[in-house]
Ligand binder design. Structure first.
Ligand SMILES: [Zn+2]
Length: 77
């Protein structure tokens, strides 16, 4: 109830083109729980939900900008 829910996801391997695609990004979840057509990570990276895989935790290379933004939003309670 206090920590803002966010989703950790990355572009699925078959869609990943760049290093940023391969990093896992942190996405703030919309309140309604409804997925928009396009999700935007804290760093501004956009991902199509159908091309993303959700992760239980940071895996591989995390996006540093997302990591810092998520850490800041968690600790600001
Ligand atoms: Zn990111």
């Amino acid at each position: 109830m206090n920590a803002r829910p966010h989703l950790i996801a990355r572009v699925r391997a078959e869609f990943a083109r760049s290093e940023q695609d391969k990093s896992c990004h942190f996405f703030p979840l919309p309140d309604g729980g409804e997925l928009p057509a396009m999700l935007y990570a804290y760093c501004g990276f956009g991902i199509v939900p159908g091309q993303a895989e959700a992760l239980d935790g940071p895996a591989g290379m995390p996006c540093l900008r997302c990591l810092m933004a998520a850490a800041l939003s968690d600790s600001s309670v």
